[in-house]
Design a protein. Sequence first.
Length: 267
Amino acid sequence: MNPATLCSSIRQALPPLFECSPGPEEAIRVRTPFMYPDGDYIDIFVLQRDNTYTITDFGEALGWLRMQSARRRLSVKQQRLLEDLCLTLGVELFRGQLSIRCDRLGQVGDAVLRLAQAAVRVADLWFTFRTRLVESVEDEVGDWFGERGIPFERSVKHSGRSGRTWTIDFQTFTDARTSLIFLLCTGSRAAARRLTEHVVAGWYDLSHLKVVQPHLAFVSLFDDTEDVWREEDFRLLEEISEIARWSRPDEFEKLLRGEQDQPLVRG
């Protein structure tokens, strides 16, 4: 079967949101409506060899997942979760590629859907990276408060004007001021923008607290050990909060103690 005929047959077996086109290595590329967390579409590829059809992702899902970790490798827990999801969905894992083999053309449509589902679930393992990263930095910040003798509370809840309850990462207490601190921590540039917008919404919704507490400070603490933040992320938050960088602990301490005369430099 030539590629054009194969592409037409696959297109008929899938919902309209799936798009078929020529791909690499004489494969048919199936662009699915599913996306990775950073907004890229998940592509599945169909290869025909004699009377066998191989449906594969060419290693894109695991490649994307590894790129979210500074170590570029999976943890033992993630490897175990990966093996479990492959077993559940009937997907082979070989040399980093997810694949399914079919003997009949009529099975290809279902195989594409299952492999796309597997890619989505592989991408979801990214949240185990993010959760571990955030928890680690939160613990580090908490330990630092203890070393500097700054009284603090974690996961403090405040109600916004909208009625929504916001969980603030830290609330600190010094002689000069009380500070509410949102910690911005992620290893993904795409997630960085979403996190920034979330914190912006939080500060706006909580702005009424500063009316009744004149010594209350809003602090946005960026974990800048990950190179994911853009200049506009800082600009969005400096309009409604004070900016701190985790790589500059001395400046952060002065801010919390009300000793910071000038805004923190971002560069």
